[in-house]
Design a protein around this ligand. Structure first.
Ligand SMILES: [Zn+2]
Length: 392
C-alpha cells in the first residue's frame, strides 16, 4: 500500500480573517467549485465563493480545498504493534498474540509510537479520529496533540470502572463497548447508558465468524475460549440470532450507536441497522488482512446506510491514513462512485462521531477546518477519481 504524501496538506483551524484560494473547492460531494476561495473569520467559515478574490489571499495552487478526513475507528494505543503480529494464523491467534505483545511492551514504547502515529495523521490531512482506548494512555496525547474527534474509553473490566464525561476544545469523550461476544450483556447495557449526552457509543459488531457462530449457536471456538477462561455465559440471551439482532434485542441500537466492522452482516442485519438509523463504520483493509474478506459496502448503501471509514489499528493495517483506505476501496469496489467514497471519508465520518454540525463539509458557520489536496485535473470527474485513487 502506498502512502499519500504530496505536500502541502494543511489542516487545523484558522482563527484570523483569511482568504484561501485553490483550483477546486469541494464543500461536499455534490457541490464543486472550479476556481474559488474560502473566506475565514474567527475560526469559522464565513463564505465560499467562486472566482478571484479581491483581497489578499493564500493561494494554495491547482489542487483541492476540502473538508478534513475523518478516521472514525482507530486504536492509537496499539501503534507500537505495527508489523509485530502475523495475519495468516487466524483471527483468534491474532487476538492472543496482540494481547501478549502489548503486555510485553513498556508504556514508554506504546506512548512513543502513538505520538508518531498522531503526527502522521495530522500531517496527512486526517485531523479527526474516533479513538478507542482500553489502557487510557492516549487521552492526554490526544488532548495535547491538536487531533480532534471523539476519545472513546473502552471498558473490558467491571462495570464499576465506568464513568468518563469530559470535553476539551475539539475533542469529546464518550464510552465504547468492545463486542457482543466479549462483554456480558450487563456490561454492554451499562456502557451504552454511560455514553456522554448526545455522543456516540461505539462497538465492534459482526467482525469474525467465531463471533457470529457463538452468538448464533452458543458453541464453537469462542465458547470454548470463554469456558477456558472461566467466564460463565449461560445467562447471556444468545442463540438463533446474529450479533446485530442480539444487540437490537438488548436495546443497544439507536442513532447514536456506532457499529464498527459488520463484516458478517446479513441482508436482514442491514435492514435492522437501517431501520434503527445506527451509524456504521467499515474498516476494509483491516478486515481483508485479518479475515480475508470485505464488508458489503454496496449492499449497505443500497439499504440506505451511509458508512464511515476507519482503519482499526496499526496491528491490523499498514497505515491509519484514510487516503490509503480510500485508494484500497476504490481498487476493490470498482462499482462504487468516487463521490460516495469521498462522502464516506468526510461527511459520514463526521456524522458517525456526532460532529456534523462542526465539520464533515465546508459550510458557512462550520469550523474553519479544511485540508488542501495537491492535484492537477481539468474536470470534476477526474478530480474525484484521482482523489480516491491516490493518483496526483
Ligand atoms: Zn477496533
Amino acid at each position: 500500500m502506498t502512502s499519500f504524501s504530496p505536500k502541502p496538506v494543511i489542516s487545523g483551524i484558522r482563527h484570523k480573517r483569511e482568504i484561501h484560494r485553490a483550483g477546486w473547492i469541494i464543500p461536499d460531494s455534490m457541490n464543486v467549485i472550479q476556481n474559488g476561495y474560502l473566506e475565514i473569520e474567527n475560526g469559522r467559515i464565513k463564505g465560499i465563493h467562486s472566482g478571484v478574490p479581491r483581497e489578499a489571499c493564500i493561494d494554495h495552487g491547482p489542487g483541492v480545498l476540502m473538508p478534513p478526513l475523518v478516521n472514525a475507528h482507530v486504536h492509537l494505543e496499539l501503534s507500537a504493534l505495527k508489523n509485530r503480529i502475523p495475519f495468516d494464523k487466524g483471527f483468534q491467534s491474532w487476538v492472543k498474540t496482540l494481547l501478549d505483545e502489548r503486555a510485553a511492551l513498556s508504556q514508554e514504547v506504546l506512548v512513543r509510537e502513538a505520538k508518531k502515529a498522531i503526527l502522521d495523521l495530522l500531517t496527512s490531512g486526517n485531523p479527526y479520529v474516533g479513538e478507542i482506548s482500553t489502557l487510557g494512555i492516549t487521552q492526554t496525547l490526544l488532548e495535547n496533540s491538536g487531533l480532534k474527534g471523539v476519545f472513546f474509553q473502552e471498558f473490558l473490566g467491571t462495570a464499576a470502572e465506568i464513568g468518563c464525561v469530559q470535553k476539551k476544545d475539539g475533542l469529546s469523550f464518550s464510552v465504547a463497548g468492545h463486542a457482543p461476544h466479549t462483554s456480558s450483556p450487563d456490561l454492554l447495557r451499562l456502557e451504552f447508558q454511560s455514553r456522554s449526552a448526545g455522543m456516540p457509543f461505539s462497538i465492534h459488531v459482526a467482525e469474525s465468524e467465531a463471533e457470529s457462530e457463538f452468538i448464533f449457536r452458543g458453541k464453537g471456538s469462542w465458547a470454548d475460549f470463554l469456558t477456558l477462561r472461566g467466564i460463565d455465559y449461560s445467562a447471556w440471551d444468545i442463540g438463533s440470532k446474529t450479533p446485530v439482532a442480539y444487540l437490537e434485542d438488548m436495546g443497544l441500537l439507536d442513532p447514536l450507536t456506532l457499529a464498527v466492522h459488520l463484516l458478517q452482516a446479513t441482508p436482514t442485519d442491514m435492514d435492522i441497522l437501517a431501520r434503527s438509523r445506527v451509524k456504521v463504520c467499515v474498516c476494509p483493509r483491516s478486515n481483508y488482512n485479518l479475515h480475508g474478506r470485505l464488508p458489503d459496502i454496496g449492499l449497505m448503501i443500497q439499504k440506505g446506510i451511509n458508512p464511515a471509514l476507519g482503519t482499526d489499528s496499526l496491528a491490523s493495517c499498514d497505515s491509519l491514513d484514510i487516503w490509503d483506505e480510500m485508494a484500497f476501496i476504490a481498487q476493490h469496489y470498482p462499482g462504487l462512485d468516487p463521490r460516495t467514497l469521498f462522502s464516506m471519508a468526510t461527511l459520514n465520518g463526521a456524522r458517525a462521531l456526532g460532529l456534523e454540525e462542526v465539520t464533515g463539509t465546508l459550510a458557512q458557520g462550520k469550523r474553519a477546518d479544511f485540508i488542501y489536496r495537491p492535484l492537477d485535473a481539468q474536470t470534476e470527474k477526474v478530480v474525484f477519481e484521482r482523489m480516491v485513487s491516490d493518483a496526483h
